[in-house]
Ligand binder design. Sequence first.
Ligand SMILES: Nc1ncnc2c1ncn2[C@@H]1O[C@H](COP(=O)(O)OP(=O)(O)OP(=O)(O)O)[C@@H](O)[C@H]1O
Ligand SMILES: [Mg+2]
Length: 251
Amino acid sequence: MDDTTTIQNASASPSIHEHKIVMDVRNITKSLPLGRERIDILKGISFQIFNGDFVSIVGPSGSGKSTLLGIIAGLDNPSSGQVLIDGVDITTMTEGKLATVRNSKIGMVFQAYNLIPTLTAQENVEVPLYVGKHPGSPSTRAKELLGLVGLSHRLTHRPSQLSGGEQQRVAIARALSTDPAIVIADEPTGNLDAKNGENVLQLIADLRSQTGKTFIIATHDPVVASHADRAIRIVDGLIAAIDEIGGRITQ
Ligand SMILES: Nc1ncnc2c1ncn2[C@@H]1O[C@H](COP(=O)(O)OP(=O)(O)OP(=O)(O)O)[C@@H](O)[C@H]1O
Ligand SMILES: [Mg+2]
């Protein structure tokens, strides 16, 4: 099904939630001061993400992928433009409201895992559940998620006692803990060897088919990108192409 059909279906039958726009990125720019000048990092980026999409963000080093992910995850402000999540603009929200949206709707996975070193695997996964209101017991949920990522035997290990691949799986479990609609990952396999990278990728593919969540993943790795439905190619702060996997270029 191509994008045009998807959009027509969405407007004709809004009840088909598979085709709902979960994220609408409108003309995002980001510039930062550098000495006496300003550098334009993002120069007007627009795209839409549908419920259940698996989209990769690809492009050369320094092209603006991490900057873009930080903005669509609500961790950073754009210089101009909007990011609508479920129709609500997060770029104008107060910090308190934004924190609630981030906690309930977005799970984030970082290249360097960013686990809390003094906490066990289980406690790391529980942390987001103590922020905001979530049903059920944090410890039960954390154990369930660590089981899902194949780490039931590592609940009480601290990050330093886990391999890189295991730490990344804890980070993925943590990102899923609040049952967010959207999981945003920045180079989730970037620090892993080929085998662990493949395992994490397979895990993401399985989670996607089991949970129907939306995944947005920045990557250098063509293998990771080839698993996505679409690759948004950023070059020098602009979208150079949106490739439907299979080679069809739509923009
Ligand atoms: N705080 C900052 N101040 C000045 N320039 C910055 C800052 N943060 C990022 N940049 C610049 O913005 C550009 C985009 O950076 P970004 O981290 O988004 O790239 P990237 O596509 O994620 O690269 P990589 O593939 O290497 O992770 C880079 O040229 C970087 O030097
Ligand atoms: Mg980056």
